[in-house]
Design a protein around this ligand. Structure first.
Ligand SMILES: C[C@H](O)[C@H](O)[C@H]1CNC2=NC(N)=NC(=O)C2=N1
Length: 113
């Protein structure tokens, strides 16, 4: 099984496949801090990162934004004092694509202390 963090996102097409339940189960082992959420019937990956203050939260937010631009795949980011919530899903297919797991793994790399 490839290491998610070493992979690149593929350009997302409307007909791209959702990640299968078996694939998801296996790949989630690489990103154990992430939780599966379903909102408006759309499955999403979410993680909360904690920081010492708002400035640190903003710095991390900027890094996630840069990652998103590099991969042309974009999360929802909620930046609060001492806390950043990152949520990945693929809008085009209204669910989870392998890209979302790749980006979640890459997001974790941004937070090395
Ligand atoms: C045109 C542009 O490449 C597409 O809209 C990309 C941009 N980033 C994206 N990000 C996410 N999370 N889902 C998408 O479907 C998506 N599509």
């Amino acid at each position: 099984m490839d290491k998610l963090e070493t992979l690149r996102c593929e350009a997302c097409q409307a007909r791209a496949p959702l990640v299968t339940p078996d694939e998801l189960k296996a790949l989630m082992l690489q990103i154990p801090e992430w939780k599966l959420k379903t909102r408006d019937n759309i499955m999403q990956l979410e993680r909360v990162y904690r920081f010492n203050d708002f400035v640190e939260a903003m710095v991390f937010t900027q890094k996630v934004g840069e990652l998103a631009e590099i991969e042309d795949h974009h999360p929802a980011i909620l930046t609060e004092w001492g806390k950043v919530t990152v949520t990945w899903w693929t809008h085009k297919i209204k669910g989870l694509h392998r890209n979302d797991l790749i980006c979640a793994a890459k997001t974790d790399l941004l937070n090395h202390k």
